[in-house]
Design a protein around this ligand. Structure first.
Ligand SMILES: [Fe+2]
Length: 124
């Protein structure tokens, strides 16, 4: 559940919210499951989310070194995932690479971010 697939040709992306036996096809070819990177890869300092408890809930900063937020390289979205929630915030170039979520820090099981150049990164 919550796997992300991409069309290699047109770059359309699909998020799976319920798995089924079928396979995804776009532009007459199978879609590719995007792999979550978790820190063994180059660039982890700017992509692995840093998760903090706040008064309101949970703050996610992208990178121990803030990720660039320029037109051709930026964080497109941040997801916080728990047993009973999935919250997504989108970002735009020029914004700070961070968002605050109204979910209890203790209940967050996974945080994922998507960089338009470097893909999908996760903090468990
Ligand atoms: Fe990046």
């Amino acid at each position: 559940m919550l796997e992300l697939y991409e069309c290699d040709k047109c770059k359309q992306m699909v998020l799976i919210v319920q798995e089924g036996p079928g396979s995804l096809v776009c532009c007459d070819q199978p879609m590719i499951q995007m792999q979550e990177k978790s820190g063994a890869e180059e660039g982890k300092e700017k992509h692995i989310p840093v998760v903090e408890k706040t008064e309101k809930g949970t703050r996610v900063k992208v990178g121990s070194i803030p990720h660039p937020m320029v037109d051709d390289h930026f964080i497109q979205w941040i997801e916080v995932i728990g047993d009973s929630f999935l919250q997504t915030e989108t970002l735009k170039p020029g914004e700070n690479p961070e968002k605050e979520f109204c979910v209890p820090f203790e209940k967050v099981k996974k945080v994922r971010i998507f960089c338009n150049k470097h893909g999908f990164w996760i903090k468990k």
